[in-house]
Write a protein that binds this ligand. Structure first.
Ligand code: PEP
Ligand code: MN
Length: 344
């Protein structure tokens, strides 16, 4: 129960009930409904306790659930099933790696081999790139989707890649196990609709200035339009300090994981913007409750066509996997079937 209102019996001692509630680890404020009823509103940052415990309190008449603006997210399972793998609470920690952009068949093949060898399960790489400058490399588009899928299949990996527009959603959905909605797109309702209707699980990056509530509501839109599952990805929000590219919001990771019980992964690459901080931030993300990491890696970071400064070299990527304690070695056989959805 994330939000609730307790209505008191006539004559109940409000101070005593408040004391009981506080004693249970709840934060409460007096109900303000124009003086018609007496009661308390339980704040969402309270300890999560079963509803019946509140109903049994002396002096409590009833407990009303506040209508949640994101009921589908609230009911979302703790783990998502995608590409034959589970991501989320109680599932093995997921390493998702690959270049920022899919640059060539050879480049993505090498990345796939590296990710599989490190014990990763998802190959990432953008075919459609959201760039600040219209003159920067925009990705190889549909052609790159095929290179990405083929490389992933050769190494038994699942694919996560971004759909940048409604038009690019169908070709992305055709090859992806998980469709990525990027930070810049989290606020685009038409895209959320198109991605949801594609019927694939979604990795939803948090908008760089989005509140947690806005992020959850974007997840709600995806689920409402038909996405079978959403994995939330914290990739850093805009901070005031330019020393790092963004500010990895570990509070939000802990909140989604521990309070909302949702599958959440961290992307330390876009958070830090520099490769020397990826490992500590990945470990910190896991400690905060993340169920996986999404990390950029490139054969020669200095030659990457996008996000080179934050890409791990092959050796650094391998070291990261070791620090995370992942079982090494390529998953054997072909990639599991691309049936997708929410795991119980
Ligand atoms: C990416 O994953 O390469 C990317 C562009 O991410 P974000 O939307 O978080 O900037
Ligand atoms: Mn990138």
């Amino acid at each position: 129960m994330l939000r609730a209102t307790l209505i008191l019996r006539p004559g109940a001692d409000a101070d005593r009930v408040r004391g009981d509630l506080v004693g249970k680890g709840l934060w409460v404020t007096p109900l303000d409904d124009g003086g018609q009823r007496r009661g308390f509103v339980v704040e969402p940052h309270s300890r999560q306790i079963p509803r019946y415990e509140l109903e049994q309190l002396d002096g409590v008449e009833c407990v009303l659930d506040a209508a949640s603006p994101h009921p589908r997210v609230d009911r979302h399972p703790r783990a998502a099933e995608a590409g034959g793998r589970r991501i989320g609470l109680d599932a093995p920690f997921a390493l998702m790696g690959g270049p920022c952009s899919v640059e060539s068949p050879e480049q993505i093949e090498a990345a796939a081999a590296r990710v599989a060898d490190a014990g990763g399960t998802f190959l990432r790489g953008g075919a459609f790139k959201p760039r600040r400058s219209p003159y920067a490399f925009q990705g190889h588009g549909v052609e790159a989707l095929r290179w990405l899928r083929d490389a992933a299949d050769r190494h038994g990996l699942a694919v996560v890649t971004e759909a940048l527009s409604e038009a690019s959603t169908p070709p992305v959905a055709e090859i992806a196990d998980v469709i990525q909605v990027g930070s810049r797109s989290m606020h685009a309702p038409a895209l959320l609709g198109a991605v949801g209707r594609a019927g694939r699980p979604v990795l939803l990056k948090r908008g760089m200035a989005a509140t947690v509530e806005e992020w959850l509501l974007a997840g709600e839109a995806l689920l409402d339009h038909g996405a079978p599952a959403v994995v939330f990805c914290e990739r850093g929000v805009r901070g005031f300090d330019p020393s790092t590219r963004n500010l990895l919001d570990l509070s939000a990771v802990a909140l989604l994981s521990h309070v909302h019980g949702l599958p959440v992964v961290v992307d330390p690459s876009h958070a830090a913007g520099r490769r020397d901080l990826i490992e500590p931030l990945a470990l910190a993300g896991r400690a905060a409750g993340a169920s996986g990491v999404l990390v950029e890696t490139h054969d020669t970071p200095s030659c990457a066509r996008s996000d080179g400064p934050q890409a791990l070299s092959p050796e650094e990527f391998s070291r990261l996997a070791t620090s995370l304690g992942l079982p090494r070695g390529a998953p054997s056989g072909a990639a599991p079937e691309r049936s997708t959805g929410a795991a119980p």
